[in-house]
Design a protein around this ligand. Structure first.
Ligand SMILES: Nc1nc2c(c(=O)[nH]1)N[C@H]1C(S)=C(S)[C@@H](COP(=O)(O)OP(=O)(O)OC[C@H]3O[C@@H](n4cnc5c(N)ncnc54)[C@H](O)[C@@H]3O)O[C@H]1N2
Ligand code: MOO
Length: 400
C-alpha cells in the first residue's frame, strides 16, 4: 500500500509539464503564460486627456472663476482617434475628448463642466492646475518592460493587458488533450432504455467536465469489460492524446478490464491508503501517460480532486495547485478506517463573526453516494491515524 502523498507525487511526475504553444488570446483563458511578455508599446502610448473638456496652458486660465471667467478662442477639435497632434498656441484652447492626444503646448485640461462648452470660443470658469486631467505616456506600462511574467494565470485583466500592449497571441503551456474512458459492460448512455442489471453512465461526464474546467480538452469513450475490445478501441487513438484517464476495472474481481489489459504494458496497479479511491493505476501505455481510477462515481471524483486535479494544474504550469484548506468544527461524530486517509463529502459554513467554521457530512462514506456529493462544498479530511472524530472536534476541510 502506498501513501496518498507518495501517489499524488507519482501522478504529478507522470504528467510532467506541458510544452509551450502559441495561441490566439481568445483560446488562452485560464491558461498559464510560458514566457515573459514585453510591452510592444507604452501604456498609455501617448499623453492624453482623462476628461472631455479643453486643453489649455494653465497660466492662461489662472484665476478663472464663475464671476471672472477667462475667454479663449477654440482653434482645434481633438476627438479620440485623431492621429495628428496639433500645437496649442498660448492664449487659445483646443476642445478635447477623453483619450484624445494632448496637443504640444498644453499642460492641463479643463473639464467641460467648468466652461460654457463653446465651440468657437470658450468661457473657462475655473483655474486649472498644471497637469490636471492629463494621463502620461508609460504611466501604466513602459514600452519594452515585462508587462506579464511567465507563470501568470491568464484571466480577463491579463488578456486585456496583453491586447493593450499589442499582442494577438501568447505563449502558454499547451492544454492537455485527455481521453476519458469509462469501462463497464453494465454502462448505458442516456437516453437509451435500461435493462435489468444495467446503469446509466456518469463517470465520463464528471471527469470530462472537471478536466475541461481546467482549460484542457477532453474526449470520451466507453468500453465494455473485454480486454481485446478495450485495447482495440483505445490503442489506435493513443497518439492523439497527452493523457488517458480510465475509470473502473481496477480492483480485485474476475473481470477487471483495465488492470488486465494494461498490466505488463507499463501501467502499474496499486492500493493507495485512502478511502474512497483505494485501488489506483498509473503509468505509460505506448509512451502515453495513463491514470486509472476506480469505478465508483464518488471514488472517481475524490481521486480527481486528490491526484488528477493537482497533477493537471501542475502540467499546465500552475504553481498554486491545492484547494484551500481550513479548519472546521464537526457537527457530528465521524469514524474512519485505521491507516486510511478518509475524504468525506461535507458542507462547510462560517457564521458571521466566528473565527472557525463548522462542517457537517453529506451522505455516508459509501463511494456510490453521488447525490450526496451534489450537496457538498468540501471534503472533510480524516488523517490515517484517526479512527474516531468526535462531534465538536476540529478537522481539516478542503474547499471545493
Ligand atoms: N474484493 C474486493 N472488491 C472490491 C475491492 C477490493 O479491494 N476487494 N475494492 C472496492 C473498491 S474500494 C472500489 S472503489 C471498487 C473499484 O472497483 P473497480 O475500479 O474495478 O470498478 P468497477 O467494479 O468497474 O465499478 C465499481 C462500481 O462503479 C460503477 N461504475 C463503474 N463505472 C461507472 C461509470 N462510468 N458510471 C457510473 N457508474 C460506474 C460500477 O457499476 C460499480 O458499481 O471495487 C470494490 N470492490
Ligand atoms: O476505494 Mo473505494 O473507492 O472505497 O470505494
Amino acid at each position: 500500500m502506498i501513501s496518498v502523498d507518495e501517489y499524488r507525487a507519482a501522478v504529478t511526475a507522470l504528467l510532467g509539464t506541458a510544452a509551450p504553444i502559441s495561441l490566439p488570446l481568445a483560446d488562452c483563458a485560464g491558461l498559464v503564460l510560458a514566457e515573459d511578455v514585453r510591452a510592444g508599446v507604452s501604456l498609455p502610448p501617448f499623453d492624453n486627456s482623462a476628461m472631455d473638456g479643453y486643453a489649455v496652458f494653465s497660466a492662461d486660465v489662472a484665476g478663472a472663476s464663475p464671476e471672472h471667467p477667462v475667454e479663449l478662442p477654440v482653434t482645434e477639435d481633438i476627438p479620440a482617434g485623431r492621429t495628428d497632434i496639433p500645437e496649442l498656441t498660448r492664449g487659445t484652447a483646443h476642445r478635447i475628448m477623453t483619450g484624445a492626444p494632448v496637443p504640444h503646448g498644453a499642460d492641463s485640461v479643463v473639464m467641460v463642466e467648468h466652461t460654457d462648452g463653446g465651440k468657437e470660443k470658450v468661457r473657462v470658469e475655473r483655474a486649472a492646475e498644471p497637469g490636471a486631467h492629463l494621463r502620461h505616456t508609460g504611466e501604466d506600462v513602459r514600452e519594452g518592460t515585462v508587462a506579464l511574467s511567465a507563470g501568470t494565470v491568464l484571466g480577463p485583466a491579463q488578456l486585456g493587458l496583453a491586447s493593450a500592449v499589442g499582442r494577438e497571441r501568447l505563449p502558454v503551456r499547451r492544454p492537455l488533450r485527455v481521453l476519458v474512458v469509462s469501462t463497464g459492460s453494465e454502462l448505458v448512455v442516456p437516453p437509451r432504455t435500461l435493462r435489468q442489471g444495467q446503469i446509466y453512465e456518469s463517470n465520463s461526464v464528471m471527469l470530462a467536465t472537471a478536466i475541461r474546467g481546467l482549460g484542457c480538452q477532453a474526449e470520451v469513450a466507453i468500453s465494455i469489460d473485454d480486454v481485446a475490445s478495450f485495447r482495440w478501441e483505445i490503442e489506435p487513438r493513443l497518439g492523439e492524446f497527452d493523457l488517458v484517464v480510465t475509470s473502473g476495472g481496477v480492483s480485485a474481481g474476475a473481470y477487471e478490464v483495465v488492470k488486465d489489459a494494461l498490466t505488463g504494458l507499463g501501467v502499474d496497479f496499486t492500493k493507495v491508503a485512502m478511502q474512497p479511491g483505494g485501488p489506483q493505476g498509473s503509468g505509460r501505455w505506448n509512451g502515453v501517460p495513463v491514470v486509472s481510477l476506480p469505478g465508483n462515481p464518488v471514488s472517481v471524483l475524490v481521486s480527481y480532486e486528490v491526484f488528477l486535479r493537482p497533477a493537471l494544474l501542475s502540467a499546465l504550469g500552475h504553481t498554486d495547485v491545492d484547494r484551500r484548506r481550513v479548519r472546521a468544527r464537526l457537527t457530528e461524530r465521524l469514524s474512519s478506517p485505521r491507516d486510511r486517509r478518509q475524504f468525506r463529502r461535507g458542507y462547510y459554513w462560517q457564521a458571521d463573526g466566528e473565527v472557525t467554521g463548522e462542517v457537517g457530512p453529506r451522505g455516508g462514506p459509501g463511494s456510490h453516494l453521488l447525490a450526496a456529493f451534489t450537496q457538498a462544498n468540501c471534503l472533510i479530511v480524516l488523517p490515517e491515524e484517526v479512527t474516531e472524530a468526535p462531534e465538536g472536534s476540529e478537522v481539516d476541510v478542503l474547499l471545493l
